[in-house]
Structures are given as C-alpha cells and as structure tokens.
Ligand binder design. Sequence first.
Ligand SMILES: [Zn+2]
Length: 417
Amino acid sequence: MCTDVTLLMTGATDLDGRHVDVRVDGGVVAEVAPAGSLAPRPDEEVHDLTGHHLLPAPAEPHAHLDKALTSHRAPNATGDLAGAIVAIRQIADAFTHEDLVDRATRAAYEYLANGTTAIRTHADVGAHSGTRHARALVEVREALAGLVDVQVVALASAPWGPGEAEENARLLEEAVDLGVDLVGGAPHMWPDRVAGFEMSFEVARRRGLPLDLHTDETLDPTAQGLLHLAQRVRATGFAHGATASHCVSLGVHPLEVARATAAEVAAAGVGVVALPQTNLYLQGRDAPVATPRGLTAVRTLLEAGATVGAGGDNLRDPFNPMGRADATEAASLLVTAGHLSTREAWDAVSAGARRCMGLPVPAVAVGSVAEFLAVEAESLDAAVAGAGTARVVVSRGRVVASSRVQRVYPGAGVSQS
Ligand SMILES: [Zn+2]
C-alpha cells in the first residue's frame, strides 16, 4: 500500500556506513544523497536521524500471537517442549475470542514499537481448540492492516488420541476456508512423522497456499524432516513457497550430513527460520553438562546459499517466558550463540526473514520499499546490542512508531536523552 506522505530522513548512517539523506515518496525510496545535500520541501515531514543507524526494518517470521503474554498463567513445569504443550493446554480452554484478540494485538504493537513491521504468526488448529485461534488472528490481521502486515499460518496440531488425525485434517481445511494465509503443522510431533508432513503438505498443495512447517524441533539426530520437506518440494514442483521453522536437529547432524541437507534445501528454495531464544530455552534440558545449543546450523545453511531468516518465536508464554518482541534480541543471540557476524545476524532478522515471508527486502536505495528502523547508536554492534535505544520506525513511507530514552544520574548531575 502506498501513501501520499513525503518524508525526508537526514544525516542517517546506513548498513554500509554511508552518511545519507533519504527522501521517501509514495511508500518507496525516491532519493538517496550524501548527508546534508537534500533540502526539505515545503510541508515535507523531516526527521533528523543524525547519530542513528538506518536499518532495513526487521520482520518476525515466526510468532505465536495466540499464546503470547501467558507465561504467568501457566508456568512450564519441566522447561522443555513437552512441558510447554502441557502448560498451554491447561489454559487454552479459557482463551476467549476477546482474550486472543487482545493479547495478539498488544503483542503486535510491542513488535511494531521495536521496528518489526511484518509478522507471520501461527495459530493452533486442532481438536483441542478447533479453529478459534485462527478466527481471532485473522480478525487481528484485518484490524492491523495498513499498520502491521500480519500473515496467519494454520498450525495443524499433532493427534493426541484416536481419531484426532482425521479431525485435525478437517479443521485445517476449515481454517483455510476462514482465510488464513499459509498452511502449517508440526510433523516431528506426530507418531508417524511422514503422515504428519503429508497431511499439511497435501492441503497446501490442493488449496494453493504456501507452507510453513515446524520442522525437527528436537535435538534428536535422527530427525530428517527438513531433508524430507526439501525433497518433496523438489519432487512435486511445489511452487507456492515453503518455509521450515526451527530445524534444530540440523545443528547436531554430522557436518557432511548437514551440508548435504543444506544443499538440498537451497536447491528446493525452502527458507529456514532459526529461532534461537525459544530453542535455547526448550532444548537440551536432559544434558546438564556440555548442554547442546538448540540452534539450527545457520553457518552451514548460509554457506550452501539457503535463505535463512530468524525470529523470536514465542513471547512470554510457556514455550519461552522471556522475550521483548524485539528483533535485536534474536540477532544478538545469533551473534553470541550462532557465531554469525552482526551484519549477518541483522540480515537474518530483516532480509532473510522477509524473503521467507515472500516480502520485498528494503534497502537504502532508490526504488526500495520504505520499511526502515532507525536506531540511535554509534555502530551496528551498538544498535543490535542496545535494548532500550531510541528508535524511529518507518513503514509504507511514514513514521508509524518512535521511542525515546531518557537516563538520569542524579548523583552525577547528568541527564541523557
Ligand atoms: Zn513455533
């Protein structure tokens, strides 16, 4: 969507260290020039971004807005994935439509304030909750249209009892009829992983929707769901777009096995979404020493030329009691735990995430979509490391959120803002 707003951002530093003025017109970048060279036009909105890094705005490629902000209602007793599922099931019956909409909306605004202008959220669909979550998140998507791009994935639950697989398949179709954007699932949670994969894959294929599967969210080194997905995409010519989220087991495969899988993933055009915070929290609980990192093999995937996105996943719910709806958090973890450079980490939460979501990638370049996050920081390291920094968020060519920070040190007689 384009707007009539003309915006001039002056004195910003881009990812390449250039000091630039940027004019945005009609939702796209119209001019980029050395700092100080673009004069404001009459009635133009002007933002002085001296001292700010102007970054391609992040996107959240994997959220669960239906579960967000519930950790205080249902603590995860064991801290692992099974404990999280037990905890969420204890409280999900009490999720009213209004509660779902309220929490999802509040979470979306948190993301937006921190610079995330697009969110892909999963919505539980299955015998336990029917299609209530999908219905609520589709409503949130419509309510936020024009402010935050929300994509809703119908997350088909694994069967918990006899007959549930058939019921879940029926409910998945019902969710598609409600207008979700993608088909999802979690085949690694099924007793028969191939059957779990095929249920979601066939619905996506038949209904012509992209696929985003929770894949290999386990440190089980025998899990090969990612390879299976890539092979099925290539064998069938599935052309609607496919994303594999988590892919934790890839991180514990022998290097030559991981490289072979990564090559297949790149060839299939399957995007992989790393979710460091939730998987560092959930995985490895049974290894009290030399605890493995619950992370997919980000370096191996990048070296193979695969699309790698990263996100925050759960937000203060039983799957992850932490989280601040801030892409700098996931990027920071990719630097610390995933050993990416800061630039690679920011690419993963912005360009990589947007490619996984089928969205255009912003750049400080004429013709680019105007989706930016300006962070007051002296370096990219400082921008990514610094939670609580002053920010300006630009989406569709207009400022949609901004935040300021004021620190006071009374004893020193110092105030910073
Ligand atoms: Zn998830």
